[in-house]
Ligand binder design. Structure first.
Ligand code: EPZ
Length: 420
């Protein structure tokens, strides 16, 4: 089993490069299926979740090739509409293929994606929304069968919660439906806007992405397109947190400042100095020798504080002066990393949605286990500033969302190695 071994205490300095956004590339790869043509997707990160999505495309009949960060999807030969259990289990977000398979084939079959480390992850909003397009849904033996007689019919949808995945599935289903679909309370994350940009470059007519209400005028067919995926705002956040805990000074390039939302003022409130060069889309972060606590971090749908940044910021708060309060409103069990941080000496008390972090002078290295993708990242951040050696197992969680994290960190002076 692979693990990361970190010797903490090194001050990080230098330049880090942010790769493409996993949570944008995944729905865009699914969307490429709908074009019955060749799509070229640049800045597609090399991550295990992306490889899982490519496996699903190939299973469905696409020809997929990759040249470094560019993935070419030829979806002319699509001849299947089901996703096998094994591939569904490999990646929970496979559910985002539902809309594109349904749109292309008129039917789809997949198993319940199942919960994961951060919660049950139900898909009731996906199913109730898809049904409104005239789709029949049947569930048997843990498999879901979707079928539409004739064409998908446009509809009006009001989402009770601005679910990112459900919004993506609605966009994919509505693109070629008959008529105009409207969505109220759609998710507003930058990845939603990036998916809309890709679909519109394929000939779709999606208006209002990123603003909460969507209008989607159904078109006959989508055609090939070339697209560059936006940078990963959570990877950029993670790199900033690595600088923050090591009194570091790092230039982070390939970012979109507006996508970083509340993360920037939060790190500034903790004492970091952040300057942005809009022209070159780069950000310089310089951390103080001692961080101040963050009064409170309350995760909300975008543009609120991103839930994916909660674990990384908790590692930073654990070595700040004073007590920080976190409220996790998006996922019901997204504090699993707290007990692992505690093994490194962090003082964290979890009460339901609330986590109270009392900053300590210094963490000390230990053997810990990554519990999920962002929880694993929080352990890397903590290990960078803990005294002595930290060993992190279950590294596969981290590899789902971070491309060669240890190589990037070594470039700025971290003592971090991957060991068998
Ligand atoms: C996406 O997950 C991201 N994953 C998550 O990133 C991210 O944390 C999340 O959006 C919120 O921003 C991908 O894009 C692949 P949701 P998703 O539907 O679509 C509940 C990471 O670390 N819900 O907005 O699953 C759900 O249980 C991952 O990269 C329902 O109840 O998020 C959760 O509590 C982790 N019913 C909340 O809504 C539904 O039908 C947010 O879920 C759908 C969701």
């Amino acid at each position: 089993m692979e693990r990361l071994v970190i010797r903490g205490g090194k001050r990080l300095s230098g330049k880090m490069n942010v790769h493409g956004a996993k949570n944008s590339a995944l729905p865009i790869l699914a969307a490429a299926l709908m074009t019955d043509d060749v799509c070229v997707i640049h800045n597609c990160p090399q991550l295990t979740d992306i490889e899982a999505a490519i496996k699903i495309l190939e299973y469905l009949g696409c020809k997929v090739s990759r040249q470094a960060d560019t993935v070419i999807v030829d979806s002319k030969g699509v001849n299947r509409y089901d996703i096998p259990d094994s591939l569904m289990r490999e990646m929970r977000s496979s559910v985002v293929f539902l809309g594109s398979i349904l749109s292309r084939m008129g039917r789809a079959q997949l198993s319940f994606p199942g919960g994961c480390e951060i919660g049950l992850r139900p898909i009731d909003l996906h199913i109730s929304s898809i049904k409104r397009f005239g789709v029949e849904v049947k569930e048997e033996y843990g498999r879901l069968f979707f079928e539409v007689k004739g064409k998908l019919k446009a509809t009006e949808i009001v989402l009770s919660f601005p679910s990112v995945g459900a919004t993506e599935n609605i966009m994919l289903t509505a693109c070629c439906a008959d008529g105009v679909t409207t969505v109220v309370n759609a998710a507003r994350e930058p990845e939603i806007s990036d998916l809309a940009d890709f679909l519109n470059s394929c000939g779709a007519k999606i208006y209002g992405a990123g603003e909460g209400n969507l209008t989607i005028e159904g078109v006959k067919k989508l055609h090939s397109a070339e697209h560059t995926v936006i940078p990963d705002r959570i990877v950029a956040t993670t790199y900033m947190c690595c600088a923050a805990v090591t009194n570091g000074s790092i230039l982070i390039d390939n970012i979109v400042p507006s996508h970083l939302g509340l993360v920037l003022p939060t790190l500034e409130e903790m004492g970091c100095f952040i300057s942005i060069d809009e022209k070159s889309n780069a950000l310089m972060i310089t951390a103080p020798p001692k961080l101040r606590r963050i009064k409170n971090i309350v995760t909300m749908p975008h543009p609120g504080f991103p839930t994916d940044a909660q674990a990384p910021l908790m590692a930073v708060a654990s070595v700040a002066q004073g007590t920080s309060v976190f409220v996790e409103n998006i996922f019901e069990s997204r504090y699993k990393h707290a007990s692992e941080l505690a093994r490194l000496g962090a003082k964290i008390k979890v009460e339901g949605k609330v986590a109270i972090v009392e900053g300590v002078e210094c963490l000390s290295g230990a053997s810990v286990m990554a519990t999920d993708l962002r929880g694993g990242a929080s352990l890397v951040i903590a290990g960078l500033c803990a005294k002595g050696k930290t060993e992190i197992s279950n590294v596969y969680h981290i590899d789902r969302g971070y491309e060669e994290l240890e190589r990037q960190l070594r470039l700025v002076g971290a003592d971090i190695k991957r060991k068998e």
